[in-house]
Design a binder for this molecule. Structure first.
Ligand code: NAI
Ligand code: MG
Length: 526
């Protein structure tokens, strides 16, 4: 029923005679096809109304085409909602709204922008359990981990609330008859395209610095996880962030492409695969040379020296890969263990992997939930088969769990070779590949033998070795005796093909401002 109305709407839209009545007609058809809110009861009993529209100008609206898509819970394979799908036309409407909003938002006192962000952080705090539950439901991640995501989301938004009125230009003492100063100004409408592994966290990394600096945004969520960003859009409106400052479009790759090539969007910030990042950079170059920041894939090395505290190292190596079902851009997916402890370490890692509780994300005992989509499940299983064909030793795991939902047993491959595809390519699942090394210089070379450069971990009790090796690894983050230790004040981003630009911390402000230099000629009056 809703599909045929949708199709009728599309036919109507394409007829030029109908163009003049097009907007109101589509609105009529769309509104009758799918309500703008749908009641959902989450597996833990929490009930709420899920917005289903696109969020434009502080209102939920149907897409121009009336087209919708289904949202699935990957841990049950049940359809949980239907949401509107944005197209190029919707992106255009959102950009217009954001351009209009930019005129006043960019001139709003920075302290006021900060206060609104602070109120947004309060809302996230008050609704933390609801948000974590939605995130777990939509993405398949364990609820206990989703709670951690939401806690960091709140901190990120609070960090940018605090930094909003502390962004300064400089006065440059040229002493040449000019008064010279610089100002840091916002860019305008920023396009933001986010992935599905940390939907709400990626929303916060994008929205926080953009709003603090006076930009307005058109953000596209990932097709497999559209729910949480729509829910927090209600908070955006409730706390009084003006209409058009934040616009959220649900949709697929084509909708993201419409953002990347839009001629009036001034910047695009993207998190996702390196292949799509490459496309976005090209589209940005060919449209209007919009500024680009990219946070892409990784194949991050995790190094265990024989003087490390082994209890900690085993634990961290396991969490570094199995956290978030391995769907982490900086996952410690290449394990390098010193030869003197290699056999013992692999045996202990096997035991740790087998002790990981995989299953129902809403069970408080669960550490590893499901993968986020069938596509992701299939990709990971393909790599596992490839690893076996390539001759890696399967130590544990290596299969899908026999239950509904997209679950994969924590998987360890050992004795891998540097040229194997499972060592070179990002798997983005609970699969770690291990090999041994004997010296510091050997492991530095192994670690750096990658087209990526996002994260890296190293374990040693020797502070000299830690600082030396941290300095020689080519990656945007290095964690010592810990892993994936994110903090809202600490910049995160990639070397090499893992991306460009940094998110979080003060550095992210650079990506959302441009410097204006003003020179005033001084005419002395005596
Ligand atoms: P993807 O990079 O295609 O998707 C990420 C986002 O980009 C989504 O919102 C998607 O709709 C959008 N997108 C897709 N094609 C686009 C285009 N042509 N123009 C603009 N936007 C576009 O990643 P996908 O297909 O979901 O996952 C494939 C692999 O990418 C994963 O297996 C993983 O290896 C990697 N990945 C890495 C992430 C990271 O955090 N670095 C996050 C997600 C995926
Ligand atoms: Mg989903």
């Amino acid at each position: 029923m809703s599909r045929s109305l949708t199709q009728a709407a599309r036919v109507l839209r394409n007829s030029s005679a109908a163009r003049s009545v097009f907007a109101s007609s589509i609105r009529f058809y769309s509104a009758s096809a799918l309500p703008l809110k749908t009641p959902i009861t989450l597996p833990n009993g929490i009930k709420y109304d899920q917005p289903t529209g696109l969020f434009i100008n502080n209102e939920f609206v149907a897409s121009q085409s009336g087209k919708t898509f289904t949202v699935e819970s990957p841990s049950t394979q049940h359809t949980v909602a239907e949401v509107y799908e944005g197209s190029e036309q919707d992106v255009e409407i959102a950009v217009k709204a954001a351009e209009e909003a930019f005129k006043s938002w960019s001139q709003t006192p920075a302290s006021e922008r900060g206060l609104l962000l602070s109120k947004l952080a309060d809302k996230i705090h008050e609704n933390a359990e609801l948000l974590a539950s939605i995130e777990s439901f939509d993405n398949g991640k364990a609820l206990t981990l989703a709670r951690g995501d939401v806690a960091l989301v709140e901190k990120v938004i609070r960090y940018y609330a605090g930094i909003a009125d502390k962004i300064y230009g400089t006065q440059i003492p040229t002493n040449d008859g000019f008064f010279t100063y610089t100002a840091r100004e916002p860019l305008g409408v920023c396009g933001q395209i986010i992935p599905w592994n940390f939907p709400l966290l990626m929303w916060s990394w994008k929205i926080g610095p953009a709003l603090a600096t006076g930009n307005t945004v058109v953000l596209k969520t990932a097709e497999s996880t559209p729910l949480s960003a729509l829910v927090v859009s209600q908070f955006v409106q409730e706390v009084g962030i003006p209409a058009g400052v934040v616009n959220i479009i649900s949709g697929f790759g084509a909708t993201g492409a419409a953002i990347a090539k839009h001629p009036r969007i001034k910047k695009v910030a993207f998190t996702g695969s390196t292949a799509t990042g490459r496309y976005i950079m090209k589209a940005a170059a060919e449209s209007n040379l919009k500024k680009v920041t990219l946070e892409l894939g990784g194949k991050s090395p995790h190094i265990i020296f024989d003087d490390a505290d082994l209890d900690t190292a085993v634990e961290v190596a396991a969490l570094g890969i199995f956290y978030n079902s391995g769907e982490v851009c900086s996952a410690g997916s290449r394990l390098y263990v010193q030869d003197t402890i290699y056999d013992e370490f692999i045996a202990r890692l096997k035991a740790r992997a087998e002790a990981i509780s995989v299953g129902d994300p809403f069970d408080n005992e669960t550490f590893q939930g499901s993968q986020t989509s069938k596509a992701q499940l299939d990709k990971i299983l393909k790599y596992i088969e490839l690893g076996k064909e390539e001759g890696a030793r399967l130590v544990t795991g290596g299969e899908r769990l026999d239950r509904p939902g997209y679950f994969i047993a924590p998987t360890v491959f050992a004795d891998v070779k540097e040229d194997m595809r499972i060592v070179r390519e990002e798997i983005f699942g609970p699969v770690i590949v291990a090999t041994k090394f004997s010296s510091v210089s050997e492991v530095v070379d192994l670690a750096n033998n990658s087209e990526y450069g996002l994260g890296a971990g190293l374990h040693t009790e020797d502070i000299n070795k830690a600082i030396d090796v941290a300095g020689r690894i080519h990656s945007g983050s290095v964690w010592v005796n810990t892993y994936n230790a994110f903090h809202e004040a600490v910049p995160f981003g990639g070397f090499n093909q893992s991306g460009m630009g940094r998110e979080m911390g003060e550095q992210s402000i650079d990506n959302y401002t441009q410097t204006k230099a003003v020179r005033i000629k001084i005419n002395p009056k005596n």
